[in-house]
Design a protein around this ligand. Sequence first.
Ligand code: GLU
Length: 460
Amino acid sequence: MTKLNETHNDRKKRANDYVHEVYELIKKRNPDEKEFLQATREIFDSLRPVFSKHPDYIANGILERITEPERIIIFRVAWEDDQGKVHVNRGFRVQFNSDLGPYKGGIRFHPSVNSSIMKFLAFEQIFKNALTGQPIGAGKGGSDFDPKGKSDREIMRFTQSFITELSRYIGPDTDVPAGDIGVGKREIGYMFGQYNRLKGGYEAGVFTGKDPKHGGSLGRKEATGYGTVYFVEEMLKEAGLSFAGKKVVVSGSGNVSTYAIEKAMQLGATVLACSDSGGYIYDEDGIDLDTIKRLKEVENKRISEYVKEHPGAKYYDDCSAIWSIPCDIALPCATQNEIDEIAARILIANGVIAIGEGANMPCTLEAMAVFHEHKTLFGPAKAANAGGVAVSAMEMSQNSMRLSWTVEEVDERLQTVMKNIYTSCLDAAEEYGHPGNLVMGANIAGFLKVADAMVAHGLS
Ligand code: GLU
């Protein structure tokens, strides 16, 4: 063995030992945080070649530092329902990393919200936000409040109570929340109103995802879904393929899903199915998006109502079975861990060629391994769904400049961002010895940007 090889092997061993030691430490420190451990595991597995090439990151303790949030705020949210009954929920804001800019990330209202979910989402946001190339750090917030079945006034009272506490910790230059599951422009509107009332001013850039009529950016609502499809189109292009003529299954029926469906259709695909937390609809001639938009965006109804208007379609009350529908492209746009190993194997057996993660961490580690083994084109969430936060950063720019871009201008910028992300992932994967592996590419490219800033900014 040559000396050069020995050095290389020594470095490799040191990198592996380092990654292993830090992961053990994280497991010990966060024993019950299943989703957070899953998200860190995936990143750690990708980063071995990075530490082997850059031992200075080991010397700077980057992995220990990047996995510990700068700050977590946990607070009580008391509110009164329409009958005058008092309820208490738990509020969170994880301010994970501010080396690239103010903390940035959505707020989720869903009964499943807990420390682990908040931390995994904020952790993913670090790399996603870095990949956008924009000056934004990473955070995430939310509450275990369930907006389902609540009146508009109840939503308002809860949201005002939530932001009354959180207002102390956010601001246009410190932490800029946006929407996520259960939080859309209505909730952002209530938060924005309450925040400004408390501050006694008008701080346009403190939230993104605002209504475009009241300070928001055109194209923000569509950005995550469109961006996911733009990213997948890049993967397909590289393989000599495209969305045209493909059969697509999209889970969910919120913002991400709706606009992923719209863009996939615009590019010539047929979308066969979508879902909500109750079940999924399957329309073999292609779903009617206008009906979905009306049911979900205007009437706030369940997806099961769709079949009343489209008798040719079928409704099944098991949303996870959506992945048993044969398709060419699967876009999981609902929530974390919605595709497990079994669903992944069914998709493969049915001939799926590409997966694009519109939701955050929708595939389990085991499902990802199945897709990797079968060389399925795979667009990982941090890269594929970064379009939403990228346009949020554009909303911040427009708010600072006190002007508004046209929807065409925003969309053009979004397309450029998604292409750049795709290229950075591809280049990083190639440079670090795993050509074509976009999971590794996304993790490495995002990590390098933050790690360099952390070294430059000194120990914290
Ligand atoms: N919640 C979205 C995400 O997961 C958007 C965050 C934002 O716009 O700040 O990336």
